[in-house]
Write a protein that binds this ligand. Structure first.
Ligand code: PBG
Length: 331
């Protein structure tokens, strides 16, 4: 196609023309909104680095869910901040743990909302690592048992899906087996399959109080330089029974989302993580960028790269924008 016979600008002339040939659409049904829940009543602690997000006690969380649910956001993912931590993260798999209680309350208030729970130990261990620490290292195989217990207790509390984020080898299989043996064979697993060891988790670790007390997570999370390895990681999770495969973070790893999308035929989720959110908020607060525009551009890029589902702290703001724009256009 050559100029002047073909003029790409012809189809860019008006919004009506542009929207007819737009290749990618965002939809609220693609979004999963994360929440941090904490024990207590009436608690709503603002998170300094994540404006608009809070540590919420279950009663407040129930109220905060009204708008996302009314706007059609289909799913949330829950993270818990326990009242006490220990070396084996026991509140993570206690029947009366914070996530277990929150799930029961949310499901009774919003039976149709898909409640996904993050399955990991880092929020519950006093050392902040995602597994059992032995000889200054995170021990893989003894951690699997605890992860399976966490997943099972979430399932027993009424969670609709579990999402292991620890990056231990073999955890999807271990969780699948534990669920199947207990009558939860219909409960899906969304696996954090290609989860990189990323600096972009910083704000989350403040929010969830889950930063490791010594060392880092390089011995279990993926090296940011690797791409073929992501395909192997995702392949293992698929073989072990994952129902949704995830790439995390999203924006610095759009190439990985694209490769995973093309290599596998399962639904792909991308986690637009806390640091990606905070960067836009901080730049916007300084008046350096147009927040709404950059947010929508970031989200569409994740979808365009091949993600079916986007876990994002922007979900509610993006839903408002998508819906308010539609109602404006229809006027
Ligand atoms: C915990 C977990 C982390 C995130 C989700 N689950 C942090 C980590 O691995 O340290 C990060 C999410 C975000 O930054 O928004 N296992």
């Amino acid at each position: 196609m050559r100029f002047p016979e073909y003029r790409p600008r012809r189809m860019r002339r008006t919004e009506a023309l542009r929207s007819m040939v737009r290749e990618t659409q965002l939809n609220v049904r693609n979004f999963i909104l994360p929440f941090f829940c904490i024990a207590g009543k009436g608690v709503k602690n603002p998170l300094a680095s994540m404006p608009g997000h809070f540590q919420l006690s279950p009663d407040v969380l129930i109220k905060e869910l009204r708008e996302p649910v009314d706007r059609g956001i289909p799913a949330i993912i829950l993270f818990g901040i326990p009242s006490k931590k220990d070396s084996v993260g026991s509140e993570g798999y206690s029947k009366d743990g914070i996530v277990q209680r929150a799930v029961r309350q949310i499901k009774s208030a919003y039976p149709d909302l898909v409640v996904i729970t993050d399955v990991c130990l880092c929020e519950y261990t006093d050392h902040g690592h995602c597994g059992v620490v032995m000889n200054n290292d995170v021990d893989n195989d003894s951690t699997l048992d605890l992860l399976a217990r966490i997943a099972l207790s979430h399932a027993n509390s009424g969670a609709d899906m579990v999402a292991p984020s620890d990056m231990m080898d073999g955890r999807v299989g271990a969780i699948r087996e534990a669920l199947d043996e207990s009558g939860h064979e219909s409960l899906p697993i969304m696996a954090y399959s290609a989860k990189y060891c990323s600096g972009f988790y910083g704000p989350f670790r403040d929010a969830a109080q889950s930063a490791p007390k010594f060392g880092d997570r390089r011995s279990y999370q993926m090296d940011p330089a690797n791409s073929d390895e992501a395909i192997r990681e995702v392949g293992m999770d698929v073989d072990e029974g994952a129902d949704i495969i995830m790439v995390k973070p999203a924006l610095p790893y759009l190439d990985i989302i694209w490769r995973v999308r093309n290599a596998f035929d399962l639904p792909v989720a991308a986690y637009n993580v806390s640091g990606e959110f905070s960067m836009l908020k901080a730049a916007a607060q300084n008046g350096w960028i147009d927040y709404e525009r950059c947010m929508m551009e970031a989200l569409i890029s994740i979808k365009r790269a091949g993600a079916d589902l986007i876990i994002t702290y922007h979900a509610l703001e993006a839903a408002r924008l998508l819906q308010d724009n539609v109602s404006k256009r229809n006027k």
